[in-house]
Design a protein around this ligand. Structure first.
Ligand SMILES: O=C(O)CCC(=O)C(=O)O
Ligand SMILES: [Fe+2]
Length: 335
């Protein structure tokens, strides 16, 4: 294999993205990324283009935000609606559940083991359908600007990764980019508080329940604590750890991308559990921070199987669907 493949972690390739960005080995990088997406739905990218100091800065802002007293964080409350994903959600407010559409089932599942995490979500500042919910002016000055700056930096990297996917598939480099203006993306700051190790191990407490993401791709930055697990594509129900890899951006394909690619690319179920080899202090697992950046196409995009993902023998499995219809269905079922 070429030098763009740096290694792997439980089958997830670690790929050097630089030769794609500088144009020196575009096809090799694109093929390596696509190969990992086809096998496991996840890839690690080194030299991904998001500056290290910006990442460090955003994690610092995240910590500063979550360190605020509850009554301050509640000044930017997530609305009760399942479709307006903005603002602050306190621990236990959200339970990510998969494939449960009956209200009673969702309630039962939430009652069993709440997701013990808190989050702050924001999107494109001009999005009138889902306006951002910020802390009042003067509270934590600079936080909003830092979030917006990081949001647009992640969007730039998103476009490069979408280009790599299409180059890998052998179709025009701008095929997916032209549907992704960044206006429907969602950046999420996540804080998993320190919890008793025993309860996390026994599933009495869940950090984030097993789910797949619903948009095109997700860019995920995590600290060095660990705990992210990915379902084994060959053994449903079994999960492998996706450990922190220094300097790497994790990218996973999401459900809409799986549909768009006629199931060539996988959207894999993942969750956050007790970190492997976590150093506990007084029986407590350390807190963890992560920043997922969920990418979705414009709502007017009509998603139909990409050229190159079907043949006469293997026809498209899905009808065209508008991104709006698809996303609304998924959002409503998850909150
Ligand atoms: O915290 C993590 O590492 C994963 C978060 C995640 O999967 C999500 O928010 O969808
Ligand atoms: Fe996720």
């Amino acid at each position: 294999m070429s030098s763009v493949l740096l290694g792997d972690a439980h089958g997830i390739s670690v790929v050097d993205f630089k030769p794609f960005l500088d144009g020196s080995a575009k096809q090799d990088v694109a093929s390596a990324i696509l190969d990992s997406f086809k096998r496991v739905g996840f890839v690690y990218l080194i030299n991904h283009g998001i500056p290290e100091d910006k990442i460090k800065g955003m994690f610092e802002w995240s910590k500063r935000f979550f360190d605020q007293p509850m009554e301050v964080k509640q000044l930017a409350p997530h609305p009760p609606s399942g479709t307006h994903h903005r603002g602050y959600s306190a621990p236990g407010r959200e339970k990510v559940v998969q494939h449960l559409y009956d209200d009673k089932d969702i309630k039962d599942s939430r009652a069993k083991a709440p997701d013990v995490k808190e989050s702050f979500e924001c999107g494109w500042e001009e999005n009138v359908g889902s306006p951002n919910i910020w802390l009042p002016d003067g509270v934590l000055p600079g936080f909003k600007e830092a979030c917006m700056d990081f949001y647009s930096t992640c969007h730039e990297t998103e476009l490069e990764i979408l280009r790599a996917i299409t180059v890998g598939l052998g179709i025009s480099e701008d095929y997916l980019v032209k549907y992704h203006d960044g206006h429907e993306n969602q950046m999420r700051l996540l804080h998993y508080p320190s919890v008793p190790a025993e309860q996390l191990k026994d599933d009495k407490i869940v950090r984030i329940g097993a789910h797949s993401d619903f948009g095109s791709i997700t860019l995920l930055l995590q600290d060095d604590i660990g705990g992210l697990e990915i379902e084994d594509p060959n053994t449903p129900g079994e999960f492998n750890s996706a450990p922190p890899v220094e300097g790497a951006l994790i990218v996973n394909a999401a459900d809409l991308m799986m549909r768009w690619s006629n199931d060539v690319i996988r959207s894999t179920v993942h969750r956050v559990r007790a970190p492997l080899n976590a150093k506990t202090v007084n029986g407590m697992v350390p807190e963890r921070y992560s920043i997922p950046y969920f990418c979705s196409p414009e709502r007017t995009a009509v998603v139909e199987c990409l050229p190159g993902t079907y043949t006469a023998d293997k026809p498209p499995k899905y009808e065209p669907i508008s991104a709006l219809e698809y996303i609304m269905r998924r959002l409503a079922s998850n909150y």
